[in-house]
Design a protein around this ligand. Sequence first.
Ligand code: PLP
Length: 458
Amino acid sequence: MATAVETMTVQAPDPIAVPGPLARALVERDQAVFAPCAGRAYPFVIERGEGCYVWDVDGNRYLDLNAGIAVVAAGHSHPAIVSAIQDQATRFTHMAGTDFYNEPMIRLCEKIESLMPRTGLGQTTGRDWQVFLCNSGTEAVEGAIKMARYVTGRQGIIAFFGAFHGRSYGSLSLTAGSSKQRHGYYPLVPGTYHSFFANPYRRPFDVAPEQVTEACLGYLEQTLLRTIVGPQDVAAIIVEPIQGEAGYVVPAPGFISGLREICDRHGILLIADEVQSGVGRTGKMWAFEHEGIIPDIVASAKGLGGGMPVGAVIGQTPLMQRWIAGTHGNTYGGNGVVSAAAYETLALVEQELTANAAEVGAYLQSGLADLQRHYDCIGDVRGRGLMIGVEFQSVPGTSLDGAAMAQQIMDAAFKRGGLLLMAGTSTIRFCPPLTLTRAQADEALAIFRAAIDDVLAA
Ligand code: PLP
């Protein structure tokens, strides 16, 4: 039977010369004034966006397959979000949410709480979860680890190799994907440790795929917790239910639930970093729901704001009640305009976009798996919903290794009107807006295939 790839009817656009003159001029202006520490992927300069499409300043249209790094969950400039922003901006924009009260932030917290799993432990407030609002993923992680230390009275925080939790000092100390991100910033926060993530494709131990969970949990419990930091000194284990910047790595079955068990046994809090994987992206509201567990604390951001900067520390009420007044705060958390946009985004995600991510994500992933059967250079296709990674590997007949191949394919896709991004060293990630249609998934597959052909033919 012919595969979807063999019967592909959608044509990728012909390659164009990018950046155009207007984009090139803006890149030059940017280079003069913007700090060079941010390494850009390629010279795309947005002029406007609508749904899954964006236009650059030279008028070229692109299919956005990264959503501004998994942010614009409802697509670019969704009319309901734009109107919520406009409406709120005419009433008030900001009134320091951790010093005063405002209805948009309360409504947002109620909405977030309603989207969490029930624990039955929220008797004191009538709600199972409480929320602290902030401005970004790294700030959500900082809040989560501060809260964990504060309420447990313990210092240790355990994260995983490959993790990305952010770039501020606490989160950077937990981030362990590339030494370049840490170099020059030592000393980092003491009391932070790393263990092995159960990556079934690039296994950290020389074991069969079905043994990787046991090996990783075994190292954590038998080695790290026995020889380096005793469980009585560990406040929290923080984990991405799907590692994001490491290359969209879905952990081997039983790994996340095994962490939950270890935490329960030792009174350690489990923090799920859902900054990239949360808010409907994986086809469920939170990626931890695929694992049948409930974390103690969830860090959220990115998709939560639908394009506005917001983060949230979401904790089980009995814990949050012990995080007493005056021990944490900020200026912008609970900003009126941001809260209105986030509320509207969550309503869309809840009503339709999570289901769409599951359905179109499965369709896109099966098309990518077809491509894997077709191209030896694709080593692995994995993911959940619209959080899909395609990992490349070197093959006979080309001098390119997996990393160079992924990089060149991303560049070739840009020329053919598709905005992709790398994750990890040799993986291309697909994290489009959750509004992606099947027709747009077909377009994505056509662009991706043409880009692979371009690189293989070069
Ligand atoms: N946590 C995860 C899982 C992330 O993927 C990221 C960003 O990519 C962060 C935290 C940091 O978020 P931000 O860049 O908003 O600070």
